[in-house]
Design a protein around this ligand. Sequence first.
Ligand code: GLA
Ligand code: ZN
Length: 555
Amino acid sequence: MSYLFGVDYYPEHWPKERWATDAAMMREMGISIVRMAEFSWAKWEPREGEFHFEDLDEAIEVLAREGIDCILGTPSAAPPAWIIRQDPEIEPMDARGLRRHFGGRHHDCQSNPVYRAHIRRFVTAFAAHYAKNPHVVGFQVDNELGNSHADLCYCPSCTARFQQWLKEKYGGIDALNRCWGTAFWSQQYDDFSQIDAPRQTASGYNPSQMLDWKCFCSDLVCDFHKWQADILRAAAPDKFITHNLMGFTEKVSYYDLGKQLDFASHDQYPGGHFRPRLDVPIADTLASELDFIRSLKNKPFWIMEQQSGITGWDTLGRTPRPGQIALWATQCIAHGADTVCFFRWRSCTFGTEQYWHGILPHNGEPGRYYREIKDFMHQTAPVLAELQGAMPKNEAGILFSYRQEYAIDIQPHHPQLRYLDHMKTYYSSLYRRNIGADFLPEDADFSPYRVLIAPLQFLMTKALSDKLHAYVEAGGTLVLDMRAGIKDEHDLAFDEGPLPGMLADLVGARLTEYDCLREMDGLVHWDGKEYPCHLWSDIMDLTTGEAVAVYDKAV
Ligand code: GLA
Ligand code: ZN
């Protein structure tokens, strides 16, 4: 079973009389798969335990008549009003202790047992109903997990779960006190029940606690996904499960989430209204996201949502230039997408996303986007069919770690330092030289790569240090940089020996001082040329190393 092109479709937004026309137009374009259903819980279950899948069945049937299959999303990103009125504790709580209310989406707490009971009832019925439908080929759990919760949830249910997570991690409260350095500011705990989710404080945060909180939130999202995926797989074992991921979003580890998927999918909005500067070229940023999604499972992936027009909620992005949608989709294919689904079929006439334009405009009459995307599909289909399953063999690897990202974002050192931006600086320099790269987690096999770039290896463990040593001993070229080897896995600074600690022998130098370059740039001489240096400078004594570049006085 392979699909080249698809679309995200919401038949429930349109009169039934229109469905056959839509399906026929989709087929003419070259579409053979649609994703549906992921936000319409209130329609499929208007009252508790009363399921109405008739309309969805009919839509699936209409599409099937044109040879189009579908993926169904579970609708847990938008629990209906009747559930929220009945069980308001489901609404998530922000870091100030305020509930986020009904009226948008993702107004749910993913740990809440009452909410999970509602989901179990719905998803069990949903999966059972579609288990034997041959036109339903796969499922998507929820939607863009990790998106939309401004700061995830700090409610009593999540707090209790965080305490449990900590108990499992540390065993006893003394170990936690040690690993969080609670001697500072009188933060020691007598019992796990005293620990809060890190809600808004009067001043400052404990970095070790924040690091655990971020890892806990990621684990909670993965647990939420797995728990739903298990229900789906038990009832409908021959359907695939994928998820629409969002590049380098940070709230959930895609390495962990990816393990639960049959294949990864990605949502691609190159000209999204959240990227207002169209004059700034972002081809490298887009490419890095695609390479990351491919790297998750080391196999081709799908685009589940590809921008197909102007994007916008309250404010709008720019209109894609002629040919630009095809360009974006082609870039996805070039980086390993086997299937490209466009978001969405037709621009909705109501709701928050009225201005998030689809292939068709509000009036349903084919226009430029339709013609361009149709031409693109017809021209690309033969090539894409040939490329199915093809994978690049890259010689450069970039070590990308959520834990390092969390730790640096908790303490960015320099106000302008962002882990992702820093990592992308390396990616961009490879990209400009046409050198393909894979992204690797800490537990990956580094040996196939000639070069391993390991930016900001702030938190160092013996296991990671051993792997890096083994990689270099086997002849690999390792790139390390600032703040490597500074802290342990609990975000506590090492208290022995010269920096960069366990990595000192690899670097062949000892750091004697460091300087955060605030409101200024430094200067570096390398190979007869001068370069500016930003954000940070490490001052070191060489042991076995050799200097290839040296600082000069600052400008
Ligand atoms: C995301 C979501 C879609 C839709 C689009 C447009 O990518 O997955 O459901 O909301 O954004 O906002
Ligand atoms: Zn919660």
